[in-house]
Design a protein. Structure first.
Length: 308
C-alpha cells in the first residue's frame, strides 16, 4: 500500500511540474518579421498591448495539487505513525517540510499569482516525498505517545514548512532582482532579451508584494520556532530531567532563532531589505536545516548512528 502511495504522490507532483514547465516554455512573446514583439491590436485608439504570459492556477491544476497534498499527507501519516510507534529521520523531516511548503503555497495561490513559486516547490516536494525509500537508518521513538512530544513535533514541522517556503520566496526575489538589473543594462545597450525564464518571472507579483509575503511567513515561522524551542525544553525536562542539552540540534536551532530574530528586528527598526536581507534569510534557513535535517543526515547516513 505504501508503494502505491509513493508512486501516486510522485506521479501527481511530477505531472503538475511537467505541465507547468511545458506551458512556461511555450508562453513567450512571438517575434514578427521585423523583429518586433507580437502584440494584440484590439486596443482603444488603435494602440497595441504586448502579449502577457498567463498566470494563476487553473481549476484542474488546483484540483490535482489538492489531491497530491492529500495523498502525500496520508503517506506521511502511514509511514511515520505505524501501529503504536513513530518512525522518523532526516528523510521524513524533509518530506514533511516540503509537504507543508506545498500546502502553504496552495493557500497563497488563492490570493497571489505565484506560478514561479510552484515551479520551485513542487519538484522539491516530489523528490522529498520518496527520500524515505532511498535512505534507511530511521529510528523508532519510544516516547511518541507523550502529549508534549506530539505538540512539539507538530509545531516544529509547521515552523520548518513556513521557513522552507520563505526561503523559496527569497530565491525567487533574488532571481527577479537579478533579472531587473539585467533588463536595465540591456535597455541601456538597446538589446534586452526575453525567453521562457523571463516570462516565468513575469508571472510573479511585484517585488514589494513578495517582500511583504516573505516577512509575514518569517514572522509566523519565528513565533512557531520560539514555541518549538520552548516546548522542546519542557519535553526534554520531562524525558531526561534536563531543560537544555547543548547538542548539534539545539545549537543550530538556537542559532537559527537568533538569526531570524535579528532579521525581524532589523526589518522593524531600519526597514532592512534588498539582497543582503534575502541572503540573510537563506543563511538563517541553512542554519535551521543543520539543526535537525543536517545533523540527522550525518548521524544516520554517514555515521550510521541512529539518534534520539
Amino acid at each position: 500500500m505504501d508503494i502505491v502511495l509513493y508512486a501516486l504522490t510522485v506521479l501527481l507532483y511530477g505531472g503538475l511540474c511537467a505541465a507547468d514547465f511545458r506551458a512556461r516554455r511555450h508562453i513567450a512573446v512571438q517575434p514578427l518579421a521585423g523583429g518586433v514583439a507580437a502584440t494584440v491590436p484590439a486596443m482603444p485608439g488603435g494602440a497595441s498591448a504586448p502579449v502577457q504570459p498567463a498566470s494563476g492556477m487553473s481549476p484542474v491544476a488546483r484540483g490535482v495539487l489538492s489531491l497530491a497534498l492529500i495523498v502525500h499527507g496520508v503517506l506521511l501519516h502511514t509511514t511515520i505513525f505505524p501501529a503504536n510507534a513513530m518512525v522518523f529521520g532526516f528523510a521524513y523531516a524533509l518530506s514533511a517540510m516540503f509537504w507543508l511548503g506545498a500546502g502553504i503555497y496552495w493557500i497563497e495561490s488563492f490570493f497571489f499569482p505565484l506560478d514561479g513559486l510552484r515551479l520551485l516547490v513542487l519538484p522539491l516536494a516530489a523528490v522529498a516525498s520518496v527520500l524515505p525509500l532511498v535512505f534507511g537508518g530511521v529510528h523508532v521513538l519510544t516516547y511518541a505517545a507523550a502529549p508534549m512530544f506530539k505538540l512539539h513535533f507538530v509545531i516544529a514541522n509547521v515552523a520548518y514548512g513556513l521557513f522552507a517556503i520563505a526561503a523559496l520566496h527569497a530565491v525567487l526575489m533574488l532571481a527577479v532582482e537579478r533579472r531587473l538589473h539585467a533588463l536595465r543594462g540591456g535597455l541601456q545597450r538597446g538589446a534586452a532579451r526575453k525567453g521562457w525564464l523571463s516570462n516565468w518571472l513575469e508571472t510573479l507579483p511585484p517585488l514589494l508584494t513578495l517582500e511583504k509575503l516573505l516577512f509575514r511567513l518569517i514572522g509566523a515561522g519565528f513565533v512557531l520556532l520560539t514555541l518549538t524551542l520552548a516546548s522542546g525544553i519542557v519535553f526534554s525536562e520531562q524525558l531526561v530531567d534536563r531543560a537544555l542539552t547543548l547538542d548539534h540540534k539545539t545549537v543550530f536551532a538556537i542559532l537559527s532563532w537568533l538569526m531570524f530574530g535579528a532579521l525581524l528586528t532589523a526589518r522593524k527598526l531600519s526597514g532592512w531589505r534588498g539582497r543582503a536581507a534575502l541572503r540573510w534569510v537563506l543563511a538563517s534557513f541553512a542554519a535551521l536545516l543543520l539543526a535537525y535535517v543536517g545533523s540527522r543526515f550525518v548521524f544516520e547516513v554517514l555515521l550510521h548512528r541512529p539518534v534520539v
